[in-house]
Write a protein that binds this ligand. Structure first.
Ligand code: PBE
Length: 266
């Protein structure tokens, strides 16, 4: 009989992502609040986290990751969130579109599209899954835009067409944001704008919109995950509201693991 505790079985490690992600801060708080002082939150990236997950999953080994929804991992693997009775990861989150000050005056068509951009977790999931299956983000987005012209027409309704004006969008290499940012970029490109995407860390993404070097991002997880940058730069950006409702973050494990709650890690 295997008498190892969960902690021993996973080396007291939670597999995290990039240190700038809000979920990393929430997880540090969780380790404190649940008195898991002998546990370590391992820094890495979204891609490294999903690679570790796949490796463990294929061997049916235990693993604990920082996870979020929408994400393709829930359709590829049988996973569950650990219950969070202390509510450290908050309630349901929404993803907001965040524009620089002055964008509405400088590029009203772009501002309108970003303001009207909104979709469901399932719609984002279609794009994410195709990218995960090896389709490039550009191609997956182009296909989605082509197949969802009614939805795209809602986003571009009454939006002024571009004439090659440059639009700078920033995003972090989280799978959810790779999908959303590329889809928005394709829509703006089709509308006549010259879209430049830059992949950055979470801090510079928020700072860039605040200092005006970035026109917008669609990766504001609120109210909890990005509460820090939101408060830090409040008043220096326009919050255009939710582009996706019903997001979630937390600690995630394969369903074959015999634990249900963060409290079970103690
Ligand atoms: N995430 C995905 C990000 C936001 C998008 C949950 C990994 C985070 O800052 O934690």
């Amino acid at each position: 009989k295997d008498t190892k505790t969960i902690g021993e079985a996973v080396n007291y490690e939670v597999i995290g992502i990039d240190p700038g992600a809000g979920i990393m801060k929430a997880t540090s708080s969780a380790l404190e609040e649940y008195e898991l002082s002998d546990w370590e939150l391992v820094e890495g990236s979204g891609a490294a986290m999903t690679a570790s997950l796949k490796k463990a999953y294929d061997k049916e080994e235990p693993i604990i990751i920082t996870g979020w929804t929408p994400h393709w991992k829930f359709s590829k693997f049988d996973l569950k969130y650990l219950e969070d009775p202390k509510g450290v990861y908050g309630e349901a989150e929404n993803i907001h579109s965040i524009a620089r000050k002055g964008l509405a005056e400088d590029l009203p068509g772009v501002h309108k599209v970003i303001d009207q951009f909104a979709w469901t977790p399932d719609e984002m999931g279609e794009v994410m899954s195709n990218i995960q299956d090896g389709v490039s983000p550009e191609e997956a987005s182009a296909t989605w835009v082509e197949e969802n012209s009614d939805k795209v027409a809602e986003w571009t309704k009454d939006a002024k067409e571009g004439n090659g004006e440059e639009v700078k969008l920033a995003y972090v290499a989280w799978d959810s944001e790779i999908a959303s940012t590329n889809v928005l970029a394709k829509v703006l490109l089709d509308l006549g704008y010259d879209v430049k995407l830059s992949q950055v860390e979470a801090g510079p993404m928020w700072a860039g919109v605040a200092n005006g070097s970035i026109d917008a991002h669609v990766a504001g997880w609120l109210p909890l995950t990005h509460a820090d940058p939101y408060e830090k730069f409040e008043g220096q950006f326009d919050d255009l509201g939710a582009n996706l409702e019903g997001a979630k973050t937390g600690l995630v494990v394969p369903s074959y693991m015999d634990i249900d709650s963060i409290e079970d890690l103690k």
